[in-house]
Ligand binder design. Structure first.
Ligand SMILES: C[S@@+](CC[C@H](N)C(=O)[O-])C[C@H]1O[C@@H](n2cnc3c(N)ncnc32)[C@H](O)[C@@H]1O
Length: 421
């Protein structure tokens, strides 16, 4: 061997040694895929906080995220359009569901994130003026996944947000908020996995029992296939395929090319008007999150807010009384329409426009007052609970509701009119 060949082979040996010693940089997309396949969130980098009674919970950065970095997946159950439609019908009488529709391979799909499975993605709030993340569609193992990536550097302590799209979101209407609830200072408790959530204002921690609902999110393991990332739309189905460069999520691409695509939009026909009390969660109550076309020039289809937003914003809800009632009788349990708590923890409060699980009329038609279980999504008229079972330990002293809603006094048509904005 010549001396030059020896030098050369030593050089390549050193290079390969250095390469094997240095960890390979994981691209944001690979990072996303890793989290998709392991069904993990970045628990050490994200936390859930209760923001206020209107906005409810949000996801906050515990550490800095760099521009382009994968932040979190919007996890849930992947269902087709027909199943999504069925569920929407079922969910009408339930109180919470987060459904994210999108188009993939020329078909409409939905990630149903209704179940409180402990994942962070489903709790990320909307911000249309200055979002710090963007939703993208990633295919892994032949299945679509929705992932949020940082549009810019996100500092620790910042709320993670993305643009749901659309214009009709009730919270975007500038209505003065004069909530005097103490809820913002209270720790909020999540209804799954005994997860402890620290309030923005408080370091106190609390735990509650988990709901008896199990996640059916598909477990995807094994090999992965990286395809295009793209926003999608429903129902017009405009899908913008992104370029080859996109999978690497180069920050510059994020800031330019990706913004040109069809954005993933969430339409939540939800009850953001909910003014929850100190002890409970805020959910996208009657929400229907659908992916809608985002950019100007795209047809805006399907934006139909059914919100009842107004009056509740000036309501003082400092006077809630917590009630506890055990469902001893099967009758009481059978009144539930979605999740089944064995023990309902009831709180008297200003409620959203959910329907009473017993009489099926809106709880809030007249006075916006009702009784809600803190653990499942049950809402009732106090009067219905009392009629339903003597086992419900609710005394008039515990709950001073003032004028209650009398189910028979409001017709269906009247009540549905009231639920339009
Ligand atoms: C996907 S959920 C987000 C998590 C939700 N905040 C919670 O506590 O469960 C969407 C719901 O959050 C609320 N929300 C999201 N963004 C909001 C915003 N910018 N302002 C007020 N409420 C918001 C609305 O009630 C909406 O229906």
């Amino acid at each position: 061997m010549k001396s030059s060949e020896v030098v050369c082979s030593q050089f390549y040996f050193l290079i390969s040694l250095a390469n094997s010693a240095m960890p390979r940089r994981t691209t944001p997309l690979q990072d996303a895929i890793n989290h998709i396949l392991t069904e993990r969130d970045k628990n050490s980098m994200l936390e859930i906080k209760h923001i206020n009674p209107v906005k409810g919970r949000g996801i906050f950065a515990l550490a800095d995220f760099s521009q382009g970095e994968f932040v979190v997946e919007y996890r849930g159950e992947l269902i087709d359009a027909a199943e999504a439609e069925n569920r929407r019908k079922l969910y009408e009488n339930a109180c919470l569901f987060f459904m994210f529709d999108f188009t993939w391979k020329q078909k409409t799909w939905c990630i149903d994130g209704t179940i409180e499975d402990g994942s962070f993605g489903r709790l990320v709030n909307d911000e249309h003026k200055g979002p710090n993340c963007r939703m993208k569609l990633i295919e892994a193992e032949g299945k679509p996944h929705l992932c949020l990536f940082a549009l810019k550097k996100i500092m620790a302590g910042t709320e993670i947000t993305y643009d749901y799209g659309g214009k009709e979101w009730p919270w975007r209407k500038e209505i003065p908020l004069t909530v005097t609830s103490t809820a913002a200072q209270e720790p909020i408790k999540d209804c799954f996995q005994d997860q402890v959530i620290t309030s923005t204002e408080s370091t106190e921690e609390s735990r509650i029992q988990s709901c008896n609902i199990t996640s059916s999110s598909p477990a995807s393991k094994g090999g992965l296939k990286i395809k295009s990332l793209s926003g999608a739309s429903l129902p017009s189905g405009q899908l913008s395929e992104l370029g080859d460069k996109d999978p690497d999520l180069d920050p510059n691409v994020l800031a330019t090319d990706l913004l040109r695509g069809t954005e993933l939009r969430a339409e939540c026909q939800s009850s953001s008007s909910t003014l929850d009390g100190p002890e409970h969660e805020v959910h996208c109550g009657r929400g229907q999150c659908a992916a809608l076309p985002a950019k100007e020039g795209f047809e805006e289809v399907g934006i139909q807010s059914q919100e009842v937003f107004p009056a509740v914003f000036s309501t003082d809800i400092t006077s809630e009384t917590e009630l506890r009632s055990e469902c001893h009788s099967s009758r009481a349990v059978s009144t539930s329409s979605a999740c089944e708590c064995t023990i309902h923890k009831l709180v008297f409060e200003v409620v959203r426009m959910d329907k009473c699980w017993i009489c099926k009329s809106p709880v809030a038609s007249v006075r916006w007052h009702g009784v809600r279980c803190k653990q499942c999504c049950g809402v009732w008229h106090k009067i219905c609970l009392k009629k339903s079972s003597e086992d419900w330990d609710i005394s008039d002293d515990d709950v001073s509701s003032g004028d209650e809603f009398i189910p028979e006094s409001v017709t269906d048509s009247e009540s549905s009119e009231q639920s339009r904005p």
